[in-house]
Design a protein around this ligand. Structure first.
Ligand code: MLT
Length: 407
């Protein structure tokens, strides 16, 4: 008899965004004439930057010629891409990260989900609430939690992120070993300062804990005082792993390219207390379970670091940030409290009612799809998230419809 991993039975029946997609398609099939504007899942709509398209085409041509054809690439990613990442995303900001510490992958979702394989079954895990569901669900699947009661899994330490603390959690007042942080935050759009981040780095050092820092939305930071990387904080190389993605930055949600930084100085501990390189472990995991991102995709990603590429990426980001500003201003003018939308593509809105009820009301009365805050955790109850990823004209139309429905 083939038995199953019973921990899966503790999960919600379907993943948040699959659940929303099902509801929207059920609504669309009963209302076929209704125009639906999707501001739910953070999925980009603008095409790839032209430099990436050219690099992609050129690399496909190379693959069509025996003299330039490439088979398996290096599992960790081609050096041309890792060097461009290290130089532009880290060294240029004074963060001491080298190409050997970068692992190119097909997504930050996969990496933030898979990284927990490196850690012991008994570790104490702190997650923000609201939270990107992948951090929680993958630990549930791995058996590190009890069952879910009242939107929270037994065994996890939930760190409330509320308007009162500016959506930055307090340091846990119980010992923890693994801490998930995401800034600019998904879903709230809140950002963290260097001083606030330093407290977390010091705390992790003190506890011999590890921070998993999800920086997938760093490109949306416009305020020069906000750190783009946890490695801008001194000492973070010993206690933090960082995740980044080309998805939201350069429109790669359908093309797939991301990377994870595991510094060589970053440590975990064996049962006997002896230090263990997490870089070596992730390298072992990556080379065993992953065969690398395709050559054309890595070429397309590397092209974003050329001077022209950087300009084109900036234009993409600015386009979505204009959407974000429009949404934020409109929602605020309707009298709702909101955060995000300034250094982030997400606007987190206090809807002052059950967030699934608000979701349904918005869909039915305006045809606009948002994400109910409750899907991100208990502290998301009463909130909705609106994403700025869509065409500007559609965003304007969505705001008109929302104003008519709620104004
Ligand atoms: C979101 O909408 O939260 C993101 O698109 C999810 C993701 O990147 O996987």
């Amino acid at each position: 008899m083939i038995t199953i991993n019973e921990h899966y039975l503790k999960l919600e029946a379907s993943y948040l965004f699959s659940n929303i997609a099902k509801r929207v398609s059920a609504y669309q099939s009963t209302n076929p004439d209704k125009e639906i504007i999707k501001l739910g899942i953070g999925d980009v709509t603008l095409p790839l930057p032209p430099v990436s398209v050219q690099a992609f085409h050129a690399a496909v041509d190379e693959m069509s010629n025996e003299a330039t054809f490439r088979g398996y690439g290096p599992e960790q990613g081609y050096l041309f891409l890792r060097e461009a990442i290290a130089a532009n995303d880290y060294q240029a900001r004074g963060a001491d990260i080298s190409a050997e510490e970068i692992f190119v992958s097909d997504g930050a979702k996969c990496d933030t989900g898979n990284i927990q394989e490196l850690f012991g079954p008994e570790i104490r895990i702190a997650v923000p609430d609201p939270v990107y569901p992948v951090y929680v669900d993958t630990n549930v699947m791995a058996g590190r939690t009890g069952s879910c009661r009242d939107q929270r899994y037994d065994g996890l330490v939930y760190m409330d992120c509320t308007a009162d603390n500016g959506f930055i959690p307090e340091l846990p007042n119980v010992p923890v070993d693994l801490i998930y942080l995401c800034y600019p935050n998904n879903p709230t759009g809140a950002t963290i300062t260097g001083d606030q981040l330093r407290k977390w780095v010091d705390f992790a050092k003190d506890q011999k804990a590890l921070i998993l820092f999800d920086a997938a939305y760093e490109a949306f930071i416009t305020d020069p005082g906000i750190p783009h990387s946890i490695y801008e904080v001194e000492g973070a190389r010993e206690v933090a792993i960082e995740f980044r993605s080309f998805s939201k930055t350069a429109g790669f949600t359908g093309t797939r390219c991301a990377y994870t930084v595991v510094p060589k100085t970053c440590l975990g501990y064996r049962a006997d207390g002896k230090a263990q390189s997490l870089h070596d472990m992730w390298h072992r995991r990556h080379s065993t379970k992953f065969n690398g991102v395709s050559y054309p995709v890595q070429k397309a990603a590397a092209a974003t670091y050329s001077p022209e590429g950087r300009k084109q990426v900036r234009e993409l980001i600015d386009y979505y940030l204009r959407n974000a500003r429009t949404i934020r201003n409109e929602i605020a003018s309707l009298g709702y409290d909101c955060v995000g939308g300034i250094n982030s593509p997400y606007i987190w809105i206090n809807g002052r009612e059950d967030s699934w009820a608000f979701f349904d009301r918005l869909l039915e009365n305006s045809g606009v799809v948002c994400t109910p805050g409750a899907g991100f955790g208990k502290c998301g109850d009463g909130f909705i998230r609106i994403s700025a990823f869509n065409n500007y004209t559609k965003v304007q139309l969505a705001m008109e419809k929302i104003r008519a429905a709620l104004g």
